[in-house]
Design a protein. Structure first.
Length: 61
């Protein structure tokens, strides 16, 4: 990134925002993390279910 002032350091997004915006960013980060964890858990459950169904169908045939 090019800046007008070459000595300017890149600052984090939390420093550049207000208190209420930081609270919103924290909330969005937490909700996103929970959604990702829930999706991973559901994917794992579906994988286990598919493995069981595959074994059952192989026994039937």
């Amino acid at each position: 990134m090019a800046f007008d002032d070459p000595t300017m350091a890149i600052q984090g997004s939390m420093i550049l925002t207000t208190k209420s915006t930081v609270n919103l960013i924290y909330f969005v980060n937490i909700v996103t993390t929970l959604i990702v964890a829930f999706t991973a858990l559901c994917d794992w459950k579906i994988t286990r279910l598919n493995r069981r169904l595959k074994i059952i169908f192989l026994l039937i045939i």
